[in-house]
Every structure is written in structure tokens, then in C-alpha cells.
Design a protein around this ligand. Structure first.
Ligand code: DX5
Ligand code: ZN
Length: 230
């Protein structure tokens, strides 16, 4: 309720479904359903078993899904030294690549490399990582990903302190003239949490097992989630 700040009026809120939570045996069919349901991106969690204690997805999955949908890729690199691996992804205009602030010594160079490759650049922050860690790369960013769970696994519970962090981030961006930089939230985006996350200032929602890939089916769940974030 109430008047939202400038940025909240300009950016169209949307959903980026977590493809690691889709039906691996029917990924193409799920991708088509999600496209028809109006998702803004497909969220691909890429994990190296080192930055996070899990392995997940890869460039070939992204390539395969591109055969059935033109929806752009929202590639979440949960890998050490992501700059070493960018060349493996056949990036297209409209794609978003997020790297973790905690995963590289050379964050500004890496963000610039993502833009040089033709994609939009984003930085992801683990729950414990303070906002001040990105205050000197705001010009290099198209989006900030606030991890609302500790990365690596689906089915986890929201870290409560991350809600306030979203609000502080939106304020930090708007006060510095970056009201066009998006805020994505990733982790335990349930219908109930999505409402709180939206009110806090998020505009792109990674939907996994908490709201979309659960009983009720993709179509109905997407409709419900879109109502929560409008
Ligand atoms: C967490 C993953 C997300 C998400 C999964 O590392 O990046 O895919 O948490 O969705 P939920 O949290 O709803 O199961
Ligand atoms: Zn993710």
C-alpha cells in the first residue's frame, strides 16, 4: 500500500523461475509452460561444488532450453573465479549474468567483462555480505541479487534479516541515482514471502519449490505469484 518510491514505479516486476527446480525429465515442456505464463527470465543456478557445497546445471542446459523459448537467461554463477568461465556461456543480448561479490577478487573487472560479452551484469550477495561491499561498483551494475537463503540448495527457509537488507539496498540505489538498477531476490520466494519482498523493494523473483514448482501446477502457481508481486 501507499506511494512507492520512484524506482518502484518504473521497473515492471517479474518472475525468473529457478530451472534447477523444474522437472528435469520434462524441462522443455516446463520451459514452454513458463514462457506462456509470462516469465521475464529463466534462472539458471550454476554451481561448482566449491563456492557452494553442491553441483548444478551448466551451459548445455541453457543451450537446450533456447531451442524451445526466446525467454532470456538469468545466469546465477555460484562458482569461484567466475571470470574464468564466462566464455563457456553463449551469451545473448537480454541475458543477465550474476556473479557473487564473495567469489572474485576482481569484481569490477568481472562485471565489465560480462557487459563486454553483450549481457547485463549483476552482483549477488550472500545473506552475511553487507551492502557496503558493492558501493563502488554501482555504475557497473544492471541488477543486484539479494540471496534470501544461503546459496546452494532449494527448499531452504528465508533468512529474516534479508528483508530489511532489500529495503536498505533499494534506498542506497535510489539515493545514488541508480533507480533503474533491479533487485532480484533468490531463495524461499513463497507467496507470503513474495508480498513482503515486493513491499521491501524487490522487483525480480526467483521462483523455485516455494511457489511455482509445487502442487497446483505451473500455470495456476504463476498466476498466483504474479498477483503477489504486482
Ligand atoms: C538457491 C537457489 C534457488 C532457490 C530455489 O541457491 O538459487 O534456486 O533457492 O527455490 P526455493 O528456495 O523456493 O526452493
Ligand atoms: Zn539462484
Amino acid at each position: 500500500g501507499g506511494r512507492r518510491s520512484g524506482s518502484m514505479n518504473k521497473i515492471i516486476p517479474g518472475v525468473s523461475p529457478s530451472m534447477m527446480c523444474a522437472d528435469a525429465l520434462n524441462l522443455g515442456a516446463d520451459a514452454v509452460k513458463l514462457t506462456e505464463a509470462g516469465v521475464q527470465y529463466f534462472h539458471y543456478d550454476i554451481m561448482d561444488g566449491d563456492f557452494v557445497p553442491n553441483f548444478m546445471l551448466g551451459p548445455d542446459v541453457i543451450k537446450a532450453v533456447r531451442k524451445v523459448s526466446a525467454v532470456p537467461a538469468d545466469i546465477h554463477l555460484m562458482v569461484k573465479n567466475p571470470e574464468r568461465h564466462l566464455h563457456l556461456f553463449d551469451l545473448k543480448p537480454g541475458d543477465m549474468v550474476s556473479v557473487h561479490q564473495e567469489s572474485t577478487i576482481h569484481l569490477q573487472r568481472t562485471l565489465a567483462a560480462i557487459r563486454a560479452a553483450g549481457a547485463q551484469a549483476a552482483v549477488a550477495l550472500n545473506p552475511a555480505t553487507p551492502l557496503c561491499m558493492i558501493e563502488d561498483v554501482l555504475p557497473d551494475l544492471d541488477m543486484v541479487v539479494v540471496m534470501t537463503v544461503n546459496p546452494g540448495f532449494a527448499g531452504q527457509k528465508l533468512v529474516p534479516a534479508t528483508l530489511g537488507k532489500i529495503t536498505r539496498l533499494r534506498r542506497m540505489l535510489d539515493e545514488n541515482g541508480y533507480d533503474n538498477v533491479r533487485i532480484e531476490v533468490d531463495g524461499n520466494v513463497s507467496f507470503e514471502n513474495a508480498v513482503k519482498m515486493r513491499a521491501a523493494g524487490a522487483d525480480l523473483f526467483v521462483a523455485g519449490t516455494s511457489a511455482v514448482f509445487r502442487e497446483g501446477g505451473i500455470e495456476a502457481n504463476m498466476k498466483k505469484l504474479l498477483e503477489c508481486i504486482r
